[in-house]
Write a protein that binds this ligand. Structure first.
Ligand SMILES: C[S@@+](CC[C@H](N)C(=O)[O-])C[C@H]1O[C@@H](n2cnc3c(N)ncnc32)[C@H](O)[C@@H]1O
Length: 214
């Protein structure tokens, strides 16, 4: 399954920067800058780094690592980093199976990624593991609307988009974060669909025992 996703993203990487202009300029650019202000500590991991849309916004003095499972995307990110003269350790890796030891990072960043991770709970568990105690996960993601009519439309469209594009538009990312062992604050940026999550790692014993209906 992951292999299919990887192939899809390798294909998309050829045109991604052009296709996704809307997510790299204007209001998105402002949101990307905003999330940088929530970074704590010096060891930062960006998951699903893509073509490197966030790279120009990182403050100086960080030890940066970026992962993505698409080699095509990573090659673009390497070019972006070179243009920005930014030092970043880029590695091909699946978010659902991070190869870092426990408690390696102070902050993890994810922008527009968790709509396409095949098993988001697994990915969040892995991020929880590699974060240091009290470490932060900062996410800019689109999620399912809480308004019943919009949420229903998203539920109806989701299977088609998930099948065709691997894109899930009805993820309840806030709830998934709580189940994975984070205390979560969220800001609604565009209606209640695009949200900025600031999630603090809680110790494992305070995780909820049962998944709520997700
Ligand atoms: C919509 S793009 C966003 C890229 C970038 N974060 C941005 O804000 O422009 C999603 C990225 O997540 C990556 N991705 C999706 N699932 C992944 C996984 N399981 N492991 C690693 N990377 C993944 C894709 O290859 C792609 O680069």
């Amino acid at each position: 399954m992951t292999n299919l996703h990887q192939k899809r993203w390798n294909l998309v990487s050829r045109l991604y920067s052009r296709l996704d202009q809307g997510m790299q300029t204007g209001q998105f650019e402002i949101w990307r800058k905003q999330l940088m202000t929530y970074i704590k500590g010096t060891h930062v991991l960006e998951v699903g780094v893509g073509t490197g849309a966030n790279l120009s916004f990182y403050p100086q003095g960080l030890s940066l690592t970026g992962i993505d499972f698409s080699m095509g995307m990573l090659q673009k990110a390497a070019l972006t980093a070179k243009e920005q003269r930014l030092e970043i350790d880029l590695q091909q890796m699946d978010i659902q199976d991070l190869k870092f030891p426990d408690a390696s990072f102070d902050t993890v960043i994810s922008t527009c990624v968790f709509c396409s991770v095949a098993d988001p709970s697994l990915g969040l568990d892995e991020i929880h593991r590699v974060l240091r105690p009290n470490g932060r996960l900062i996410m800019l993601e689109h999620v399912r609307s809480d308004r019943w009519s919009i949420g229903l439309i998203m539920d109806v469209l989701n299977p088609i988009l998930a099948w065709g594009l691997g894109e899930h538009i009805n993820r309840k990312t806030g709830k998934l974060l709580q189940v994975a062992g984070f205390s979560v604050t969220e800001e609604h940026l565009w209606y209640d669909i695009v949200r900025l999550f600031t999630a603090k790692k809680l110790p494992l014993f305070s995780r909820k025992k049962q998944d709520p209906l997700l």
